[in-house]
Design a protein around this ligand. Structure first.
Ligand code: ADP
Length: 182
């Protein structure tokens, strides 16, 4: 297996913006290139490592702190971590950057209206009906990254285009090998 440096691709954005879709597609592509990767996803982590936490600012910060600890251990041992978390607070994302090896902030950006129209998990309908407290973008803040390493507009790009722009960025920064075509 190719030895690649560890890194943390941190996908941040509103619910339904496309974080998980891109992380899953990227995981598949990177494995095919022989890169050792691990994917950490907000929804699954919240069913295990942080099942005790809710969505107050304090709990959101604790959620990210625990994930950061895992990402730190993996990235310093040459694993590429694909982390998809809404992570609405800029200060908390800066904390992740300070802790892990090769932090790359990816702003997965789509307007709230587009995310709400997609309503992948049916949560926006509930949030707009006032049935969910602390729902990011509706009844809770989202602080967009001011200076992301990669900015993806999923309302203007196909999944394939978004994926390609991330892969190109990683290749240009010598974090992953180029695809070998036989
Ligand atoms: P999140 O993980 O951010 O909550 P999901 O990945 O679950 O969001 O859902 C995003 C939805 O947007 C999916 O239905 C996906 O097919 C769609 N989509 C459309 N264009 C894109 C794109 N360029 N990148 C990622 N997702 C996209």
């Amino acid at each position: 297996m190719t030895e690649n440096p560890g890194f943390v691709l941190w996908f941040t954005g509103l619910s339904g913006a496309g974080k998980t879709t891109l992380a899953v597609a990227l995981e598949r592509e990177l494995r095919e290139r022989g890169v050792r990767v691990e994917r950490l996803d907000g929804d699954t982590v919240r069913e295990s490592l942080t099942a005790d936490l809710g969505f107050s600012k304090e709990d959101r910060d604790k959620n990210i702190q625990r994930v950061t600890f895992v990402a730190k251990l993996l990235s310093r041992n040459n694993v590429g971590v694909l982390a998809s978390f809404i992570s609405p607070y800029a200060e908390t994302r800066d904390y992740v950057r300070s802790q892990v090896t090769n932090f790359i902030e990816i702003f997965v950006d789509a307007p709230l209206e587009v995310c709400a129209d997609r309503d992948v998990k049916g949560l926006y309908a509930k949030a707009f009906a006032g049935e969910i407290e602390n729902f990011t973008g509706v009844s809770d803040p989202y602080e967009p990254p001011q200076n992301p390493d990669i900015h993806i507009r999923t309302d203007q790009q196909t999944v394939e285009e978004s994926l390609q722009s991330i892969l190109t960025w990683l290749e240009e920064h010598n974090l992953i090998p180029e695809r070998v075509t036989l």
